[in-house]
Design a protein around this ligand. Structure first.
Ligand SMILES: Nc1ncnc2c1ncn2[C@@H]1O[C@H](COP(=O)(O)OP(=O)(O)O)[C@@H](O)[C@H]1O
Ligand SMILES: [Mg+2]
Length: 266
């Protein structure tokens, strides 16, 4: 009898595994279909009633409450708010680097909550380019190698990767430093490499967390121009966190985080 139960459990595990594989396959098909159907003005990211709570030793800490936001391809959006208001937390949710406590996040009309870790990573890799505030370059890697990092899990051939990397490095004005190590670069140069890395997979959504925060005005303007031109050239959307009202003023829409909520400025 116990033999029969074990056999049954084993069959069930196999069937469950097959169902998971089938679901993953269907989600891949959907991602592919959505990719092809992508048009300017279609939604690239949508948050519905998103709440984010951190568990701390002293209890739950609610950072964002019932946040709604929809950004379409071609849009440039600024998110402003005081330090500690939850801007980076929101950007991590938008970039699928963290998960919502409740509510729903759609990337390119795909519900992210139902995705497996692998499919989530795939979606993030294909659709999203993240520019971190402190660059997050890999120190032992050269500029070229850093830019190529996100490509590892995509489907480009070696020659396509090489051409893509050198084209982008050229575009961000770093060709002359392609073989340099990050520690030999200035802040502005590191940020330009970080932007090239964020763009290498031709993402539909570019997320930048205070990308000009540690740069002087001239370098800040260059970095901003670079981000804005990448959006204008393709059917991309840019969401940028900034403290700088002059930067916010160059975006199509400005949102402010206040008392855990997100409000659009009119
Ligand atoms: N992993 C975490 N655990 C607990 N609290 C966190 C965590 N990450 C961020 N916070 C808290 O959430 C709040 C918002 O942080 P953050 O999103 O980084 O703000 P901002 O980017 O607007 O300065 C801060 O009070 C911060 O301390
Ligand atoms: Mg922050």
């Amino acid at each position: 009898m116990s033999y029969l139960i074990n056999l049954y459990a084993k069959d069930r595990a196999i069937i469950q595994q097959k169902i998971h594989q089938l679901v993953d396959f269907l989600l891949d098909l959907l991602t592919c279909y959505n990719g092809r159907m992508s048009e300017t003005n279609s939604s690239i990211v949508k948050l519905s009633n998103v709440t984010k709570t951190f568990k701390t030793p002293t209890g739950d800490l609610v950072i964002l409450e019932n946040v709604n936001l929809e950004v379409k391809r071609g849009e440039k959006v600024a998110i402003v708010g005081p330090s500690g208001s939850g801007k980076s937390t929101l950007l991590s949710l938008l970039g699928l680097l963290d998960t919502e406590s409740s509510g729903e996040i759609l990337i390119d009309n795909i519900k992210t909550a139902s995705l497996s870790e692998d499919n989530l990573a795939k979606l993030r890799n294909e659709k999203i380019g993240f520019v971190f505030q402190d660059f997050e370059l890999i120190n032992p890697f050269t500029v070229s190698e850093n830019v190529a990092v996100p490509v590892e899990i995509s489907h480009m051939s070696k020659s396509e990767v090489k051409a893509g990397v050198s084209e982008l490095i050229d575009k961000v004005g770093m060709s002359h430093r392609a073989e340099a190590l990050p520690k030999t670069l200035s802040g502005g140069e590191k940020q330009r490499v970080a932007i090239a890395r964020a763009l290498i997979n031709k993402p539909d959504l570019i997320l930048a967390d205070e990308p000009t925060g540690s740069l002087d005005r001239e370098n800040g303007q260059k970095v901003l121009d670079l981000l804005l031109s990448s959006v204008t050239e393709g059917k991309k959307a840019l969401i940028i966190i900034t403290h700088d009202e002059a930067i916010a003023a160059r975006m199509d829409r400005v949102f402010e985080i206040k008392n855990k909520s997100l409000h659009e400025r009119s």
